[in-house]
Design a protein. Sequence first.
Lengths: 313, 115
Amino acid sequence: MAVSHVAPNVPESVYAMYQLTFAVITAALIVGAVVERMRFSALLWFIGMWSVVVYAPIAHWVWEPGGWLAQKGVLDFAGGSVVHINAGVSGLVCAHVLGPRRGYGRESFEPFNLGLTMAGAGLLWVGWFGFNAGSAVAADGRAGLAMAVTHIAASAGALAWMVGEWVVRGRPSLLGLCSGLVAGLVAITPAAGFVTPSAALAIGAIAGLTCYWGATGLKRILNADDSLDVFGVHGIGGIVGALLTGVFASKTISGVHGDIAVQLLGVVAVVVYSGVMSAVLLWVTKVIVGLRVDDSSEVTGLDVTQHREHLGS
Amino acid sequence: MLPSEKLAIAAHLHVLLRRKTGRVTDTEWMAHNAEYATEIVRFARRSAHEDGHIELVDWADKLEQAMVVGAPPGMLARRPLPQAVTGAGGLLAALVSQVDGAAEVDVPRYVRGLR
């Protein structure tokens, strides 16, 4: 039975399938930035090429011990750079290249069902343990601690976002709470195997506040219709988490030392490569099949015009 | 314009939409709420354009004018003319956005962002 040198205690087939879940979720995150206007065929072309040309090399740089960022000492326990910064930057580029949805900035685009948002956030919270604790590649103390800090950071992120929204807007919201917990989860992702519970509390709280800014103030500055705030939450949360990993990584937890300058190098490398290559692949996709649906299809809805089906009655 | 006159226009449009498109609308709310009226005007014009129900255009225009006449003075003057007449919903859409802007001091919910 084959065994990967990266994960010597599990069969390589298991580890490969585990890595596949990271690749899948990263591509899925990007979709949040392009909803309601990108052709389905274009999405398939883009995601297929992106997974090979953008995701795979970055995963290799960071996670394969011989990768150049790993050699530099960049720490990314469960995908802060590989998954979240990568998807966030690519999503932002996609949103810019595609352009805004019709009516963006003038019409109110209400969430379809906040109950489903809450249910999805709950599923994410539980599912995240699989990524973060699983990245210990063992059922041991480090996995347990990764799970604990993940839970703490998610809670801190949810509370921080809620407080921030309460102060700025005068009222807390369910959507804000859900967004904050995701922000905390994103930020603890690169740090999960390297930090103490108290550090996780700080990482989650800082991420909750900065991602709230990312999805509101920064979003207005960037002026892109990043529909579900992929960059505001995953991009900003990933950057905050990567940098704070350099600050809080403790030798007593994992035996490794964090360096914020090295972490910054990792962030810059991923931002530049992901941004440039995503733009190139979008251009290639546009040449092959075109990127956007026509105006009438967008007004009618892509579920009906692209798939001849729709959700609900 | 008297509220009863607005209601009469809304009722005409209601009946026409029911007969021509099968869509059921709320007459009183149409005469009262500019945002709902905007959507009905948009729908009526689209039906007229796509399905050839020309008479819907006249009543959609009348409703739009009725809602504009009933607006506080100077409300549309603040908006540049080309934007006011060529926006997604024409004059009425411009009016609605102005009203929204006046009513909500902070950023309107779900416009230019979810959060």
